[in-house]
Design a protein around this ligand. Structure first.
Ligand code: NAD
Ligand code: TDX
Length: 319
């Protein structure tokens, strides 16, 4: 018998890739709840819209009255992707981040507490650990939380709520913390899609500060595989770090994409740095590797090729 999952934020980048992944690699049925903000795209769900294992409910997880419409059955698990996810936006206006990332997570925990789901997986981020210097060892699950911007602070707050419900109410809750994702369907406000789409259109590519900030890049499909493993084999109450083991400076990322596209580096435009810009993120994924047998399978070079192909195809289809 197939089991039913409640996926939140499934019209966004990682959520849509995750639903696509599960519909082809499992027999779960999926209810996708998404409020379709600027970041949630109906077209991301078109490939599976007609599947009889899929339904969509438009709802804001920050409003329990709206969420209730999706709680018409008991779910095997809630997988919470829904979030305001862009650091620059959180610097301009943190209010939606508090609403969705904190209040939304609280509402979902209340749903689990009232028996509407057997467990919940909170999709969190490496940013909750703060920033590393280039010579520091990578983040481990025990690294203290030290968020530096309103986005990461809202995600860390959600993680702490999840932890508290897990301990106080003994609920089977799991947190995953992943590094920077890239791949098909990512919003062009984020760094890699912005580089690709600007370069394809010969528009300047803004590079913040000295361009030497480091991110640990992971191809989205590798992240989706990890979440499925956590869903099926993860231990209640645990945190799992997930990283791509592909640390690159922002300059290196731009150069790799420009090389692939045969474009000139004159497109790079140095701009003012992001406020509170974290210097480096790096993940130690040895726990998920040791305990669940996961490791990344797509190299940065191959992942970038696939991502460029997806954006080229989409540009071509829109013409
Ligand atoms: P995204 O911005 O592309 O998608 C977020 C989705 O959530 C959108 O479809 C949006 O409409 C929906 N949403 C926003 N507010 C909502 C609300 N109140 N109710 C219901 N739906 C709402 O984000 P993403 O990059 O796919 O990230 C997904 C999750 O993964 C987030 O929780 C993020 O913190 C986490 N994460 C992202 C990355 C990354 O590199 N993108 C890395 C680690 C963790
Ligand atoms: O135009 C840009 N120029 C630039 O230099 C943009 C959009 C970004 N950058 C830099 C800032 C960062 O050092 O590139 C790096 C990556 O930036 P983002 O794509 O905004 O990602 P980041 O801030 O690292 O956060 C991402 O990873 C962790 C996601 O957006 C989060 O949702 C996730 O939790």
């Amino acid at each position: 018998m197939n089991k039913h999952l409640l996926v939140t934020g499934g019209a966004g980048f990682i959520g849509a890739n995750f639903i696509l992944h599960l519909l082809s690699n499992s027999d779960y049925s999926i209810t996708n709840v998404d409020s379709l903000t600027y970041a949630g795209k109906y077209e991301n769900n078109q490939p599976f819209e007609k599947s009889n294992r899929y339904r969509f409910i438009k709802c804001d997880i920050g409003k329990f009255d709206e969420l209730r419409t999706a709680l018409d059955q008991e779910y095997e698990a809630i997988i919470n992707f829904a979030a305001e996810s862009h650091v620059d936006r959180s610097i301009m206006d943190a209010a939606p981040f508090i609403h969705t990332n904190i209040k939304g997570t609280f509402n979902l925990l209340q749903a689990v507490l009232s028996g509407k789901a057997r467990k919940m997986i909170q999709i969190s981020t490496d940013e909750v650990y703060g920033s590393l210097e280039p010579t520091d060892p990578p983040f481990i699950e025990e690294t203290p939380l030290a968020p530096n911007n309103p986005y990461s602070a809202s995600k860390a707050s959600a993680d702490l709520l999840v932890r508290s419900y897990s301990i106080t109410h003994q609920l089977p809750l799991i947190i995953t913390r992943c590094s920077n994702n890239y791949g098909p369907m990512q919003h062009t406000e984020k760094f890699i899609p912005k580089i690709i789409s600007n370069a394809l259109n010969d528009i300047d590519i803004p590079l913040y500060g000295d361009g030497l900030n480091i991110r640990d890049w992971i191809y989205v499909e590798d992240h989706c595989r990890a979440i499925q493993m956590v869903l099926e084999k993860g231990a209640a109450g645990e945190v799992y770090n997930i990283g791509g083991t592909e640390e690159k400076t922002n300059r290196e990322v731009i150069q790799a994409i420009l090389n692939q596209l045969g474009k000139d580096k004159h497109l790079i435009k140095h701009v003012k740095d992001r406020k509170g810009h974290d210097r480096r993120y790096s993940m130690d994924s040895s726990k998920i590797s040791r305990e669940l047998g996961w490791k990344p399978s797509v190299s940065f070079e191959d992942g970038i090729k696939k991502t460029i192909e997806w954006f080229q195809l989409r540009t071509h289809e829109r013409r």
